[in-house]
Design a protein. Structure first.
Length: 330
């Protein structure tokens, strides 16, 4: 069996995926035309050539600008359907999808429009393919905690209507200077409300931010977390408590968190007993979907087929699916 076929055949969950980061340049241009939005690029090729990043911030600037073409319910539906079709080809059986409502409500798009378009695609995909999904509403950490609280309050009236999907709360965007503690109160509230909690930490930021995400936000999973390796005490805690890390290798390469793929610590973390998973983050921007991320690790980190299987099993284990549904996929 060749590597691609083997990887695609592994039943896997994708646990770290920003739906706005799945918007491919072709669809971005189509939505811009449909909505009469001006893009500062003359072609798909020119836009793709702009995807050369040297930091998280250099990526975020384009990512937030690109999301500006998303206006109608249908736009969110089309983007989400495109991602789910692609994920299906990669053997994804369950996806836990982050979305950034503040990016849209700040432009005058209604919270309901964002939820409705994404949810219609996820429910339709579930009905036609059996692929399940959850939504993780993520706060932008470069904005204030007050803004996050207002966003939560604006979304809560929709909770019952989207109860089958909206199970989690996340924290993303610029990590430097925006430590987890800035969001301690809103995360405490979300915890009381019964949401599952995750946060980006230890991507560009220090291992301290991973510890703070666990201690101050009480998250169940860490998005990225690759810099945890710099703190031996923290690393042992992640192993002892089997705290999942949602690692995104191509993202780390594209944002220059690592300088080359052989330098990635995924294999080391996995072999130390960390509950590591492989994910795509923002596949339209980083040059690959989830199976591409498994494959690039297999090739550059000499992962065995058993280790690839283990990573896929970890993704099911680390998901927020109820135990009986996890077992169906294992
Ligand atoms: C993100 Cl790679 C990454 N890091 C932090 N926030 C994000 N939002 C979208 N992609
Ligand atoms: Zn991310």
């Amino acid at each position: 069996l060749d590597l691609h076929t083997f990887v695609r055949g592994l039943p896997k969950a994708e646990l770290h995926l920003h739906i706005e980061g799945s918007l491919e340049p072709e669809l971005m241009f189509e939505l811009a035309r449909r909505n009469g939005v001006e893009l500062p690029y003359s072609s798909v090729d020119e836009l793709r050539r702009a995807y050369a990043f040297d930091s998280l911030q250099s990526f975020l600037d384009l990512y937030y600008a690109g999301a500006g073409v998303l206006i109608t319910e249908r736009d969110f539906y089309d983007m989400t359907m495109a991602y789910m079709s692609r994920a299906r080809q990669d053997g994804v059986v369950h996806a836990e999808i982050m979305f950034d409502p503040q990016t849209h409500t700040a432009r005058g798009v209604a919270m309901e429009t964002v939820f409705a378009g994404i949810a219609r695609a996820l429910r339709e995909t579930r009905a036609t393919t059996g692929i399940t999904s959850y939504l993780i509403l993520s706060f932008l950490r470069h904005l204030s905690e007050e803004d996050a609280i207002a966003t939560l309050e604006a979304a809560l009236p929709l909770r019952e209507q989207y109860n089958d999907l909206w199970t989690g709360i996340g924290l993303d965007s610029a990590e430097h200077g925006n430590p987890p503690g800035k969001f301690a109160r809103v995360f405490a509230r979300c915890r009381e409300l019964g949401f599952r909690l995750v946060a980006h930490a230890g991507e560009e930021g220090p291992a301290d931010y991973v510890r703070d995400a666990l201690d101050l936000l009480q998250v169940e999973r860490i998005d990225h977390g690759v810099r945890s390796e710099e703190d031996a005490v923290l690393l042992q805690r992640l192993i002892d408590q089997q705290v999942p890390l949602t690692v995104c290798p191509l993202s780390n390469l594209k944002l220059q968190v690592i300088q080359s793929m052989p330098q990635h610590n995924l294999a080391r973390l996995l072999r130390l007993g960390v509950m590591a998973t492989v994910n795509s983050d923002d596949p339209a921007y980083f040059g690959g979907y989830v199976a591409d991320n498994y494959i690039v690790c297999a090739e550059h980190l000499a992962l065995t087929r058993h280790e690839l299987f283990e990573l896929a099993q970890n993704s099911i284990t680390a998901s927020f699916l109820p135990p009986e549904q996890k077992h169906k996929h294992m």
